[in-house]
Ligand binder design. Sequence first.
Ligand SMILES: *Cc1c(COP(=O)(O)O)cnc(C)c1O
Length: 385
Amino acid sequence: MKTHQELLKKLRLLKEEAGSHSPSIITIKEGVPELEVKVDACFLSNPYATELFLDYFKRELIDTGGIKDLLEFYPSQNKVIAESLSGVIGIHPDNIFIGNGAIEIIQTVIQKYTKKKIVINIPTFSSYYEFVNDDVEVIYNKLYKENNFDLNIDEYVELVKHERPDTVVLINPNNPNGGYLSSEKIAHLLRELRDVKNFILDESFIHFAFENEYYDLKTASNLVYKFPNLILIKSMSKDFGIAGIRAGYAVMNSRRVQELLLNGFLWNSNGLSEYFFRLYTRDNFLSEYEAVRVKYIKETQEFIKELNQIPNIKVYPSMANFALVEILNGDTSDDFVFNMLIKYGIYLRTCSDKIGINGEFVRLASRTKSENKYIIESFTKELSK
Ligand SMILES: *Cc1c(COP(=O)(O)O)cnc(C)c1O
């Protein structure tokens, strides 16, 4: 049996090796096999959506043997998958680009279109500044905890007009804090910032956000017809719970889609992600997905409310499926994360590697109802001391 201190040391080492992303649960289990991980609250996905996908996958591909074709043959070309997706997202196929995960699109777009200067709000998803070319100037617009990490729209517009970047990036809802800009505000920003060549809007968590009592989805994708500078990026990993199959897409000006396809990306998908995208267009899957989406949003908002009752932490408002939590019990965020892992088997995301965030913060994902209950109990026990 290893002591707490020895486990801590091993975990610190793993974290160091992982750089600006957290070591995955698999890495942790391999590196520290004596740890029992009960709840992975680091990764941000809807667990009910994973179950739903798995249901279809098992019935239609495993039980029938259909999986063989998926493995043996090439998937469809980018353009063909875009055509199948067109109806369900209400966008012309010429404006859709399919990615091997959203990450591939972020990397491509940033490297190809960002030439001079980029404005990025921080804290943020690190890929946006890590992928910029060496000669690109990065302007960080800091969001302050004193303002709940809200973006001040007027100041932001002023900053962008003053800096004149060729690229701006907005993530809505933002990762790691879950801050949300209403569709009205997004439209306003697009009108104000027409002159910015690349207006990147990452809606990877948009299925968790809502503006009315029906939890209706509010995407800005159809604004691409009005604002040709809009590059809307959408990962399916989190809200459909399928990060392993690498499915994402972008909605953008058709000239850009054409340009990118001329440079490759012919068969950048795979059989599984094509299967997912086709499933996504089917009515029965969609209505079942809608049910697990709404159920998960309700449970998540309930979870965040309960977290708010726990002493010695501050929970920031979120419209995503996670909450940014400030640790106020005197622990560093790394030590708090390792502690919760060793003592309770709960894996959290430390934010110690995130730039633009002062203080001790962790990001906590909402999981299934029973896992959330266990998280609440463990946090309460640990933090009420
Ligand atoms: C996770 C994440 C991505 C990457 O998604 P993949 O489709 O898995 O590559 C992109 N943007 C944001 C904001 C994310 O959190």
